[in-house]
Design a protein around this ligand. Structure first.
Ligand SMILES: Cc1ncc(COP(=O)(O)O)c(C=O)c1O
Length: 376
């Protein structure tokens, strides 16, 4: 239902609309990457091992600074399937008494959807700034004896929350102490405001952590469907078993492409994308500030949640407001209620696109707010 709401917002949008709804980055590809599209390099069309070609797994460990142990990683069809295979694998691993999944709220829409598909009971925990106290306290307050797995998303979609290494370590310790599997969705890992462009020192991964990510956001390559799940926990065997039944393998062409990353300047590519994303995010926030629109201070990913004024929320839902912005002001946004109760009354803006539209787009939002206020 929630997914079709986002689709409805796209459908029938006027041609000259500005799109702040799409969670997709716009990056350029370096020459070395384009040159890989060569039959001398991409020539294996066969099934690969289910977890992926050994060299491709080695390359993914290398570009993420994960330990170099290829038996602990499974390549998947994007982070989307990485999440699906991890949650399914964890379900196969856990006993019936531990069948509840605890997810952050506001959340990425896939989390509740996968819980529903695989038949897990799902609970949510509010994340800063939507909770009182720290994220660890919020998780602790929402764990019960049946909690078998928890999802942590940092930097987060849609809020832009970014956790410090210390905060992640505390959650990892809590999960290890309580024997709960922790799925860390880090697809926006390199897009945080912190000085070090990573959210964690991965040489010291928690014993119960499963790291899920992909080439999608950081390199702007969603179409390759190259993602992964890395864990030191022996749940990895169940994750590979689940992946085998969901997708069998991820594309051998994408695997051969990623094999080549460590031989090329992938670090510079990441740095360019990271700098552009941080710049875009800061620009969008300053446009919101200039236009007197309240927002949640995003520190990571490429999203900003702005607050719909209370007077407007008293008259209509955030979904109505999204359609008003689309139909009358040609600006596409996603209503926060799509991401759960805590972000209801907020609208998600994506700043992954072209910054040339930011000034005009935020002005249209200001006009959209003012036009409703005028009619009150
Ligand atoms: C938080 C989060 N996790 C996972 C994904 C899925 O990424 P992929 O395209 O690699 O499947 C997305 C995509 O928007 C996301 O925002």
């Amino acid at each position: 239902m929630k997914k079709s709401l986002i689709r409805q917002i796209f459908e029938g949008a006027p041609g000259d609309s500005i799109n702040f709804a799409l969670g997709e980055p716009v990056f350029e590809q370096p020459k070395w990457f384009i040159n890989l599209f060569n039959p001398k390099i991409l020539n294996n069309y066969a099934y690969t091992p289910n977890a992926g070609l050994p060299k491709a797994r080695e390359a993914v460990n290398k570009i993420n600074d994960y330990p170099n142990d290829i038996e602990n990683i499974c390549l998947t069809c994007g982070a989307e399937e990485g999440l699906f295979a991890s949650i399914s694998g964890a379900k196969l691993f856990l006993n019936e008494q531990k069948n509840e999944l605890l997810i952050p709220s506001p959340y990425f829409l896939t989390y509740p959807m996968v819980a529903k598909i695989v038949g897990l009971k799902m609970n949510t925990y509010p994340i800063p700034p939507f909770c009182n106290g720290s994220i660890t306290e919020s998780i602790e307050n929402n764990i019960n004896s049946k909690t078998g797995m928890i999802i942590l998303n940092t930097p987060a979609n849609p809020s832009g929350l970014m956790l410090s290494e210390n905060e992640i370590k505390k959650v990892e310790k809590l999960c290890a102490d309580k024997n709960i599997l922790l799925i860390i969705d880090e697809v926006y890992r390199f897009f945080g405001n912190r000085e070090t462009p990573v959210s964690h020192n991965w040489n010291d991964i928690g014993s119960h952590s499963i790291l899920v990510s992909s080439l999608t956001k950081n390199y702007g390559l969603p179409g390759l469907r190259l993602g992964w799940a890395y864990t030191k926990h022996n749940v990895i065997n169940k994750i590979i078993a689940a992946h085998q039944s969901i997708a069998a393998i991820t594309s051998s062409i994408s695997q051969q492409l990623v094999e080549q990353f460590p031989n090329n300047d992938y670090k510079n590519w990441l740095e360019v994308n990271r700098n552009k994303t941080i710049k875009n995010r800061e620009l969008m926030k300053s446009e919101l500030k200039e236009n007197g629109i309240e927002f949640v201070d995003s520190e990571g990913a490429f999203y900003v949640l702005f607050k719909v004024p209370t007077e407007i929320m008293e008259k209509m839902t955030d979904v109505d407001f999204a359609f008003h912005l689309k139909d009358d002001h040609k600006i596409l946004t996603v209503p926060g209620s799509a991401f759960g109760e805590y972000s209801t009354g907020y609208m998600r803006l994506s700043c992954g696109g072209l910054s040339k539209d930011f000034k005009e787009g935020i002005k249209r939002i200001r006009d959209g707010i003012d036009s409703i206020k005028k009619g009150m």
